[in-house]
Design a protein around this ligand. Sequence first.
Ligand code: SF4
Length: 409
Amino acid sequence: MPYDLTLHHHYTILGETAAYFIDKPEYQVDIFDGGVLNYLKKEYIQKLLNRYDYLIILSYVHNTHSAIRAAQICKEITPNTNIIAYGPSCYYVPQFFGKPIFDAYIWAGDPELGIESFIKYKEKLIDEKELSGVVVNSRGYKAKPKYLEPDLWAFPPLKELPLNGYDRIISNKKTIRKFGKRQISLTVSRGCPFNCEYCFATQMYGGKERRRPVDKTIKYIKDNKEYFNAIQMFSPNFTYDKKWVREFCQQLIKENIKFSWRCTTRITLLDEEIVKIMANAGCKSVGIGIESLQEDIQQEIHKVQSTHQVIKTIKMLKKVGINAKCYIMLGLPGQTKKDVLKTIKLIKDSGGEVRPSSYSPYHLLTKKSTLSEVSAMNRYTYKINSVEGLASVEYLKIIFNRDFNINED
Ligand code: SF4
């Protein structure tokens, strides 16, 4: 099933995990980005004829069924290949990653550590107690998660990733292309202390934020400048560590390193001083999670933000030339058409860009959820009839066409 989320997850959770192994001489790695590049099934089978020792499958919630199918095909062709799954669906719906199809899956912690620990375990280099964040299906053993020092995180392997294929995906996305023809993404930090119930950042990567060293990040950017025009800095809350942000921006300015970049954060983590230095260092857009400006809905999802502060933040960003990309959700509990239109209007009137998606309550998935319930959890199309008064066509027009000219009645 084609991957239809934003590409920056892919550079990070797929690319950086692969790079961790590519960078080590003891591993030989092939990347096959079947979801994004729409390979034919026969091309996947041809690839499997290489008889891999390990097949490591990244699985997102809404395409869990594709991960299962890919694993089934591999088990039929090369039954001795060890199959390991990782990604959000292993956390939310682990019931699909048991034996006999999968040999192991990563349930928490940094995935590269978990995958490597399982490989070492299978190769008899470590014993069970040294495993990390992995469930070994043959033993029913669940290892405690561990976290990798940020200094050891790999960077996206731009020579190995199918960049031309990715370019085709964003070629008609005006909202992304306005920041640069070739955009890549790299992880700045992992872990989030806020633990919003509809997001997996805290559960997967822990509640403590961890960050790459500034000097390594700058070096990677300098060494790879020929491959990109823009970067999405992948961080749950980019401005959580303001000292890091200041140092990073000052370094970019000092060394005259010019490129456009984007990030996401919370409105409470922005102030005039930090947005100014970010703008001077090339930041063009900041994504902020607004979700809804209706107070009872905010309370329901445990994310209360005052409308006054939201408007102030959007204007503050605009003043220094940074686009305020405001994420809103459709289908939140108790939401009405009136709330959706009011939230959109307030953001637009303040000069922000509205970025809508569907509320996908992954946390409501259980071990009893069926594959079709799991597949329905799509960030764009989940419960298109769930907003009172908003027709499904209007819902989809808002999400896909960013058409906000919806009649209030
Ligand atoms: S603050 Fe953002 S990254 Fe952190 S848990 Fe909430 S939605 Fe996820």
